[in-house]
Design a binder for this molecule. Structure first.
Ligand code: ZN
Ligand code: FE
Ligand code: FE
Ligand code: ZN
Length: 265
């Protein structure tokens, strides 16, 4: 199996050096890992209240560190990815910035609606006074825009809006069908991100109905733990393995120089 969503201490809210993550991945017998630390928000002209990404000066060092690790790793394949925040206002800027660096893959994630970091526990009270039905519509409109921008290889934790357990009262089935079609049309992958199991919501991203809708539309799937410490590498992967075989998913997408291929499960 592969773990394509690893952070490092550079982002300021994770622990461990890239080497520590590699050691853990080797110990649990993964075949391939990819780092996807948070792209500097300052380069997108965004100044969050809490430090959630590396600084702009660190980006080159981050890439170099992972490139070095690629050579050090004997059996394990190591990829250099990035997790970048999507804001519709700065699409062109994101495009220009991504051209400057040689990533194996780019995960586009939405953590902010306006200035609100709705994924950050410190700001979770922000959900209380909101119309959750409308919030979901707004969030998934941003996801659709992110797909249509074609800036990203993979959409990160696609239904992270559920993180703190706030759910709309409406049937989401039609929305999942629509999202799966948008992903297919735009050639965008999703990831099965196991970190949601340890969040208040207690389930993987995406939930099983959305995952199955994506599978039916043949949307490629990667896998990631969203580890923010070395011991989180590959979290819940044995369970993922049985889930994927149960729903008939037989391969995972992998990337090199932003070109997709696949590995059998
Ligand atoms: Zn993070
Ligand atoms: Fe994220
Ligand atoms: Fe992440
Ligand atoms: Zn993430």
């Amino acid at each position: 199996m592969i773990d394509y969503h690893l952070h490092t201490k550079r982002c300021g809210h994770a622990t461990g050096l890239p080497e520590d993550y590699l050691l853990r991945a080797e110990a649990i017998g993964l075949q391939e890992i990819g780092f996807s630390d948070h792209f500097p928000l300052s380069l997108l002209g965004h100044t969050p209240k809490a430090k959630v990404t590396m600084e702009s000066e660190e980006l080159v060092d981050y890439i170099q560190d992972i490139e070095k690790l690629k050579e050090k790793a004997r059996i394990m394949k190591v990829k250099v990815g990035i997790e970048i925040d999507y804001f519709p206002e700065v699409e062109e800027k994101i495009g220009r910035l991504l051209e400057e660096y040689a990533f194996d893959y780019v995960i586009g994630s939405i953590h902010f609606i306006g200035d609100w970091d709705f994924t950050h526990p410190a700001y979770a009270e922000g959900y209380r006074n909101l119309d959750i039905d409308r919030l979901y519509v707004e969030y998934f409109e941003l996801i659709e825009k992110a797909c249509r921008s074609r800036l990203f290889d993979i959409i990160g934790h696609i239904d992270v809006i559920k993180k703190f357990g706030y759910r709309p009262g409406t049937d989401l089935g039609p929305l999942w069908l629509k999202m799966a079609r948008v992903l297919r049309e735009t050639g965008t992958c999703i990831e099965l991100n196991t970190s949601g199991r340890d969040a208040p919501v207690g389930e993987f991203y995406p939930n099983q109905p959305l995952l199955e809708a994506c599978l039916a539309e043949r949307v490629p799937l990667t896998l990631g733990s969203d580890a923010h410490s070395p011991e989180q590498v590959g979290r819940y992967f044995p369970e993922v393995k049985s889930l994927l075989s149960e729903i008939g998913c037989r391969e995972l997408a992998i990337f090199e120089n932003r070109v997709i291929s696949s590995v059998a499960l």
